[in-house]
Design a protein around this ligand. Structure first.
Ligand SMILES: [Zn+2]
Length: 244
């Protein structure tokens, strides 16, 4: 896994962060909205205005009703387009939409398949990770969109890292012990990125095409919302991807 630090981009007054590795693909528009940096903070949300400034002409922004399971939604040009689908992963080859996910500690995963020009997003918390959502998404991409996992670039966005992600013993035992660590005897920490990375590698994604930002949502209250830190009042950050 390689590190890839977020960079800031703006159009008009709208600012967001993105990943240099995704900007290398000239057929992709990508981003991750941080707290207080854009006129976009969960409640006072006017995503339409923000997204209208990202792409011209404006496109429908497809969101997910995220339920911490392993369902992967596939959107092709066939069938009627809905604004919202139930699931925790989404894949598309359509150029006339933006896809989005919302996170506040869970791992946002950005996917680009170069040959077939397919993009995807995954919302992976501990439950979805345990269900194998990364593996399931790679299988769906292969079986339904004719993608090869070896052609994917995978980027892990800001999430809660093992420095801050303390879990109970009941949860930690469900994971491979390589994904947990115990800095002191009474505490166990979970590394969700490592658990998901293992699934991508097992599916055939190349290790040098897997990237992660160093940012931890738990450590950085200025930039990120964190469900762990802010509890029920936590806002959400939106990650988005589109094909040009
Ligand atoms: Zn941390």
């Amino acid at each position: 896994m390689r590190s890839n630090d977020l960079v800031q981009r703006s159009v008009n007054h709208f600012r967001w962060l993105t990943f240099p590795v995704l900007e290398e693909y000239n057929f992709v528009v990508s981003g991750f909205m941080v707290k207080n940096r854009v006129p976009f903070d969960g409640k006072a949300l006017k995503p339409g205005i923000f997204f209208k400034n990202i792409t011209r002409p404006a496109r429908p922004v497809i969101s997910l009703k995220q339920v911490h399971q392993d369902e992967c939604v596939i959107i092709t040009s066939r069938g009627k387009l809905k604004k919202r689908y139930r699931g925790d992963a989404i894949l598309t080859n359509r150029k006339d939409i933006l896809i989005s996910i919302q996170v506040a500690d869970c791992v946002p995963i950005f996917l680009v398949e170069e040959k077939r020009k397919v993009i995807g997003l995954i919302h992976a918390g501990w439950k979805g990770t345990l269900l194998g959502i990364a593996r399931r998404t790679m299988e769906e991409a292969r079986d339904r969109l004719d993608c090869k996992p070896a052609n994917f670039t995978v980027v892990f966005g800001p999430c809660i890292r093992s420095c801050c992600y303390r879990v109970s013993d009941d949860i930690s035992v469900l994971f491979d012990e390589k994904c947990t660590r115990r800095p002191v005897r009474s505490e166990v920490r979970l590394d969700l990125i490592r658990a998901n990375m293992q699934q991508f590698l097992n599916c055939g994604v190349k290790e040098d095409r897997i990237f992660a930002t160093a940012n931890c949502t738990g450590c950085n209250a200025e930039l990120f919302h964190s469900y762990r830190r802010e509890k029920e009042n936590a806002g959400r950050m939106t990650g988005f991807l589109g094909l040009k």
